[in-house]
Design a protein around this ligand. Structure first.
Ligand code: GCO
Length: 266
């Protein structure tokens, strides 16, 4: 084995929700390691912004509008990718959304929608790409989990339920398809500085730090929020031959927050 074990040259990578944030960073990193990048957005406006961002980064990405909760749209997208680019070798189930609402104030419909995007979307996309991976006797599926796959906190009941379910879907895909040399693992970000977490970091009206910002930095050994770029190495590892005997695992790129009781207040 040598460094080529991390090389993704010749691989087709599909990153759902890859127009921005962590998904974009992962896709860009995989492109830098040789992969051809495909991504989807749920709407044309987000897709165009994503395509412009990839072009600005010097990456010739293939973009598609598809709602991951719509199985027919996902199947049509995967057929189109196979025809235009090639069969998907690496699937990153990244698409998701957040509704920070106390459970007692959340409707059943909103709860189910959060679950459907994170879990139903991963189910639909994995089901669409698995047949070609089985035929090739090779494939990588990476589910973007979360610290909320392990921990709860106020106002994120739907998101935590979804990320917990995604952890178990990861283990089940690994169990069902490992026999075909397909590896399905999760990557669990810690608290990452993106638009998704911007409301948790905004300075207070008096200019002081958001209490949650201070809280997370005290709970993270590194004393900082992660960057989307911190997610790239773990995902390239899970997408590459370097992880061919890693299956059903959740790799946390969280700065150590899950291992740490937290820094004593001064
Ligand atoms: C929140 C955050 C978290 C992080 C991430 C942690 O509201 O607590 O949005 O959910 O985004 O998922 O892994």
């Amino acid at each position: 084995m040598d460094s080529s074990m991390f090389d993704l040259t010749g691989k087709v990578a599909m990153i759902t929700g890859g127009a921005h944030g962590i998904g974009f960073a992962i896709a860009e990193g995989m492109a830098r390691c040789g992969a051809t990048v495909c991504f989807n957005s749920s709407n044309r406006d987000s897709l165009e912004k994503g395509l412009a961002a990839y072009k600005a980064a010097g990456i010739d990405a293939h973009g598609f509008v598809a709602d991951v909760t719509d199985e027919d749209a996902v199947n049509a997208m995967v057929v189109k990718i196979k025809a235009e680019v090639g069969p998907v070798d690496i699937l990153v189930n990244n698409a998701g959304l957040m509704k920070r609402v106390p459970m007692l104030e959340m409707s059943h419909a909103d709860f189910l929608h959060v679950i459907d995007v994170h879990v139903g979307g991963a189910f639909n996309c994995s089901k669409a790409v698995l047949p070609d991976m089985i035929a090739k006797r090779e494939g990588k599926i990476i589910n973007i989990c979360s610290m909320m796959s392990e921990l709860g906190r106020e106002t994120v009941s739907a998101y935590a339920a979804a990320k917990g379910a995604l952890k178990m879907l990861t283990r089940n895909i690994a169990s069902e398809y490992g026999q075909y040399n397909i590896q399905c693992n999760g990557m669990g970000p810690g608290y990452i500085a993106t638009a998704h977490t911007a409301p948790l970091r905004e300075p207070q009206p008096d200019g002081s730090r958001h209490p949650f910002d201070s809280f997370i930095c005290a709970k993270t050994p590194a004393g900082r929020w992660g960057d989307p770029e911190d997610m790239v190495g773990p995902c390239v590892f899970l997408a590459s031959h370097a992880s061919d005997f890693v299956n059903g695992q959740i790799l946390y790129a969280d700065g150590g927050i899950l291992a740490y009781i937290g820094r004593q207040p001064k």
